[in-house]
Design a protein around this ligand. Sequence first.
Ligand SMILES: Nc1ncnc2c1ncn2[C@@H]1O[C@H](COP(=O)(O)OP(=O)(O)OP(=O)(O)O)[C@@H](O)[C@H]1O
Length: 278
Amino acid sequence: MSVHQSESTTILELEDVSLGYGDRTILSGLNVRVRKGEVVALIGGSGSGKTTLLRAATGQIAPQKGKVTLYGQDLSKVTPEKMRLLRQRMGVLFQQGALFTDLGVFDNVAFPLRELTQDSEALIFEKVLSKLDAVGLRSAAHLKLSEISGGMARRVALARSIVLEPELILYDEPFAGLDPISLGMTAKLIRDTADRLHCGSVLITHDIEESFNIVDYVYMVGQGQLLVAGTPDELRASDNPYVQQFLRGSPQGPVVFEYPETPHFQQWYAQRKGHLNG
Ligand SMILES: Nc1ncnc2c1ncn2[C@@H]1O[C@H](COP(=O)(O)OP(=O)(O)OP(=O)(O)O)[C@@H](O)[C@H]1O
C-alpha cells in the first residue's frame, strides 16, 4: 500500500470544508489529507485561498462548513488550551519569516526551545547549531539580523520552524526571495526533514518545477474550489486547462488574474464616486 492510501497515518484532514471571512466564502468542497512522511504541495493563483487553508489547518479560522481534523482531533471541539498544545506539535513558516529583530541568528532559532522545552542551554546549543548547519548557516550563528541578507533570514526562519522537530510543518512560500542555489537547497531540506522526522509537510508554492521534484502529492485550488489533486506526474499528464495554464505559466487561460468584484467593492466604489461628484 502506498503512503497515500493508508488511513491510519493521517495527520491533517479537511472533509468537505468551506472557508471564508464573514459572509464571503473563498473555498468550498475541500477534501485534503496529509499523512506522516508525506510532502504535499498546495498550488493556485494569487488570492485563490492557499493561506486561508493554512489558517484553517492551524485553527486560526474556523471552517464555515465541514470538519478539520488535526492529529485525530476535530478542531471544532478542542479548547483553546488544547489548541495551544496541538500548535506546539506543528512548525509553521509564514510568508514573512517573522523573526525577532532584536534577537540575533542563534537566539531566534533557540527561541522556541527556550519557550516550550526544559532543555538545558548545552542541549539548546547543540540543537540550534545542528539546525543552522542544515540550512548552511552554522557559521552565521553569531550574527545580528541586520547583518544577514533577506534570503539568509528566510533560511534562519526555516531553521527555527524545524527546531522542535514537529509532526506537521506548514511552509508558506518557502522559496520566495531565494537565489537558485538556496532554492534547490531549501527544497532538498524540506524533503530531507520530512523523511528524517517522518512528519507531514504542506508547502504553499508558486514554484512548480522545484516543488514537483520533491512533493508526493499536489492539491490545486482555484475558482473557489479544489480543482485537481494528484501526484506531480498525474498533474503533468492532466488535460485540465487550468492545470496546463498553471504548469506553463501562461497569462492566457482560465486562471483569473483579476480580484473578483464583490458587493463590498461596489458599495465602496459608489461612495467614493459619490464624494468626488458631490
Ligand atoms: N483576514 C482576512 N479578512 C478578509 N478577507 C481575507 C483575509 N485574508 C485573506 N482574505 C481574502 O481571501 C482571499 C484568499 O486569500 P489568501 O491569502 O488565502 O490567498 P493566497 O492563495 O494565499 O494568495 P497569494 O498567493 O497571493 O498569497 C483573498 O481574496 C483575500 O482578499
